[in-house]
Design a protein around this ligand. Structure first.
Ligand code: C2E
Ligand code: CA
Ligand code: CA
Length: 750
């Protein structure tokens, strides 16, 4: 799992668990709702069943009421008729028939019966009647006969009470309540009479029932053809228990009503919970995503360099470890390179941090163009980068490293520096990693050793580690220690051959003559060049130990010694001769450098006007107010300032204009070009022309041939220095040289 996957996985897991919690909550909510709904349904059904039962019972009891009412009516009518015929004892048979007819009409209109008949115990009509009544009765008679028999039988059994029989039955095809009551008319006729009456249950009776009992839309049907929302109540014949019809109505179901009201509410609640769940899920996902993103961002920041976006040291370590593990398991090789930008610090100090930042970004972009997907480039220091290239071996001709050097050596245009063009370059220390030999700390150390080697052997190149460098490393440490010893034990003023028995040897000052570029080329002065006579290593050139002195913080001490020695020595020379002393960048930056120089001049009694300080462009990069005032102070005392190695740094021109210098020293690399490359002449002559225009003296360094000399003199150079005239010589030899005529010195060359 890579470092980047981790927060995403974490977020996914968090999303999953939070989603699960939410889903659980939502499911619980919906389940509760479902339970409430089921409970409501159940309660509704129960209450519906109870309500239906109640309504059925009511219908039943109302039907019974009707039966009772018919029974009462019959009793009343029978009693009424009985008293009617008793009162008119003299009446004829025709009168009786009329009375019966009137009675029947009354029973219909007053009591609401659909048929009333006076019949004999045999079941026949007691009086002749109209044909319609006779016809109707003919159909009814067989149905009434069983009741007649029951009434007559009951009469015999309980003679005191006129018996009545009321039954539910189907008459004329309609459900009816029919009753038979015996009429006590014994006083008038020998033959007993019976009153038969019936009332249809449908029609007005049903309407009354429906109205009084609140049976919505009650209707009568012969069969139970109830609609889905209706109920049918079966009416049975009292005698046979056969169904004689159905009362159908829409029951009042309070449970269903409640459920019907509850359903939209519950549905709404369900939808609400669902919607809420969905909204929460969306929100949760969003905030978790944001969380993951910010986590990702924070992690990215913690593992990357903010300026260049490259992996930082921490992430590089992780990748490096990963790479080594890979080598251990799969076997392979890889290349580790430490890349150090040359002269970055100078750009940063001269043009400010924004320019430095721009330079870094552009340098990184150039390097990245050369890298593959599997390669890791990390920023591990201010201007230091680490490059890990899997699958590549370290070799002397690594194409990628050569390309990096080439691309970083090309000029950079810095907008932040006001469009200035700068040249930097880089030094690279590389080490090959192969299976088995790979150990992280050791590999890094080796790359570091190689980088040091690249930097100390002239920069702008890459060096691949080999074991001999380790001994050189310790040699360096030894040299530093010995140099410290030499400097602390060094007598400040003495001739060079003192203390020969010293272990660490001693420093010596050599002088190289500088000649006026006029006829005869007389000596105009000399440059003081330090040497270390080492007991084991022999005579060491300054390149071997000046960097060590700078690194170990010994350069001020060394510089003071050189200046003192040079002044002491040059004091004895002809007054027209100057002495040039090299000054390291760190010396110049040291507070109080000017007063130190002036005090040494004073102590040695040397004429400041005969002293020239050579500063490299690197020293002048940090031209701030302090440096300006230091140089101003020295110049005001007559000390001259020369710009050494002119052309090897960058933006040389800007320095020329920025600082008040007295001399330009044209670097040997340009002089060497004279005679070999066409552009050499152009460069050198234009530099000389420029210095003349600015009113500065120009010394050409490294003049080795007569051709070079002639060209330089013709171009208008003011002074010449080089092996053509003399190599740097020890004090005594230089003193001898001063006495030798120029022609003699040139003898060897001609
Ligand atoms: P530099 O200041 O550029 O000194 C000139 C160097 O070029 C000297 O090397 C000198 O020997 C060499 N040289 C002169 N003429 C010729 C020539 O015709 N052909 C060739 N091939 N080389 C020539 P050296 O003495 O090894 O000094 C190297 C550098 O060490 C000097 O470069 C200077 O930057 C530094 N250095 C020397 N002495 C001191 C010192 O006392 N203090 C400081 N800070 N740096 C010093
Ligand atoms: Ca010099
Ligand atoms: Ca020089």
């Amino acid at each position: 799992m890579s470092a980047y996957d981790f927060p995403q996985r974490l977020a996914k897991r968090a999303t999953r668990s939070s989603s699960a919690t939410l889903a659980l909550l939502a499911i619980s909510g919906l389940a509760i709702l479902g339970l409430v709904f089921v409970a409501a349904l159940w309660a509704g059904k129960e209450s519906d069943a109870a309500a239906l039962d109640r309504q059925r019972k009511l219908v039943d009891s109302r039907l019974q009421d009707q039966v009772d009412r018919v029974s009462n009516d019959l009793r009343l009518m029978a009693a009424g008729y009985s008293s009617l015929i008793s009162a008119s004892a003299s009446m004829s048979n025709e009168d009786d028939a009329g009375t019966a007819q009137a009675f029947a009409t009354m029973s219909k209109t007053v009591f609401g019966y659909n048929g009333t008949f006076l019949i004999t115990p045999t079941g026949d009509l007691a009086f002749a009647s109209d044909p319609e009544t006779t016809r109707r009765y003919k159909w009814i008679r067989p149905l009434l006969l069983p009741m007649v028999r029951t009434v007559l039988h009951g009469k015999e059994a309980a003679a005191a009470n006129a018996p009545i029989r009321v039954d539910l039955m189907r008459l004329e095809g309609r459900p009816s309540i029919a009753g038979i009551a015996s009429i006590d008319a014994a006083s008038r006729t020998s033959q007993p009479l019976l009153l038969a009456a019936f009332r249809f249950l449908d029609g007005p009776t049903l309407d009354t029932l429906s109205r009084e009992q609140g049976l919505a839309g009650a209707r009568y049907a012969r069969t139970a053809d109830a609609e889905a929302n209706e109920v049918a109540f079966q009416i049975e014949a009292t005698a046979t228990h056969e169904p004689i019809g159905f009362i159908i109505w829409t029951p009042d179901l309070p449970g269903s009503r409640v459920v019907a009201r509850l359903t939209p509410l519950l549905t709404f609640a369900g939808v609400l919970i669902g919607g809420l769940f969905f909204a929460l899920m969306v929100r949760l996902r969003k905030s978790l995503l944001e969380l993951a993103q910010s986590e990702d961002h924070a992690r990215h920041l913690s593992l990357h360099d903010v300026l260049t976006g490259l992996p930082n040291r921490a992430l590089f370590s992780e990748r490096f470890k990963h790479c080594l593990d890979g080598l251990r398991h799969h076997g392979n090789q890889a290349l580790l390179a430490l890349i150090d930008l040359d002269r970055f610090k100078e750009v940063n100090d001269t043009y400010g941090h924004p320019a430095g930042d721009e330079l870094l970004i552009k340098a990184v972009a150039r390097m990245q163009e050369l890298l593959g997907n599997a390669d890791t480039l990390a920023r591990v220091g201010g201007d230091e980068f680490a490059l890990l290239v899997p699958g590549v071996s370290a070799g002397r001709d690594n194409e990628l490293l050569l390309q990096i050097i080439k691309t970083l050596s090309a000029p950079f245009e810095l907008r932040a520096g006001g469009g200035v063009i700068v040249r930097i370059g880089c030094s690279i220390g590389a080490v090959g990693i192969v299976e088995g030999t790979a150990e992280r700390g050791e590999t890094l150390r080796r790359a570091d050793v190689a980088l040091y080697e690249a930097k100390s052997s002239g920069r702008g190149k890459y060096v691949t580690y080999d074991v001999s460098m380790d001994s050189r490393g310790s040699e360096r440490e030894n040299l530093t220690r010995e140099l410290r010893k030499v400097l602390t034990e060094m007598p400040s003023s003495a001739c060079n051959d003192l203390r020969p028995e010293d272990d660490a040897g001693k420093l010596e000052l050599f002088f190289q003559s500088v000649h006026r570029a006029t006829r005869g080329e007389p000596i105009s002065g000399a440059e003081a060049l330090v040497r270390w006579r080492h007991p084991r290593l022999g005579l060491l050139a300054p390149d071997r130990f000046i960097p060590l002195a700078e690194e170990a913080g010994l350069i001020d001490q060394l510089g003071e010694w050189v200046l003192r020695r040079a002044a002491e020595e040059a004091r004895a020379w002809p007054e027209t001769m100057t002495v040039a002393v090299n000054v390291s960048p760190s010396q110049l930056r040291r507070r109080g450098f000017d007063s130190k120089v002036l005090s040494i001049i004073e102590e040695t009694g040397f004429d400041p006007a005969r002293l020239e300080l050579e500063l490299t462009e690197a020293a002048l990069f940090e031209v701030d107010a302090a440096v300006q005032s230091t140089l101003g102070n020295l110049r005001s005392q007559g000390v001259r300032i020369a710009l050494d190695d002119f052309g090897t740094g960058f933006s040389s021109l800007s320095h020329l204009l920025q600082i008040n210098i007295d001399r330009i020293k044209i670097d040997r690399s340009f002089v060497t070009l004279l005679g070999s490359k066409a552009e050499g002449a152009t460069i050198v002559s234009s530099v000389i022309a420029l210095s003349r225009k600015l009113g500065k003296a120009a010394t050409a360094e490294g003049v080795e041939t007569v051709g070079q000399r002639d060209f330089l003199i013709a171009a208008g150079c003011t002074d010449l220095q080089g092996y053509l005239y003399s190599r740097p010589l020890p004090c005594a030899e230089f003193a001898a040289l001063m006495l030798t005529p120029v022609d003699g010195r040139l003898r060897g060359r001609i």
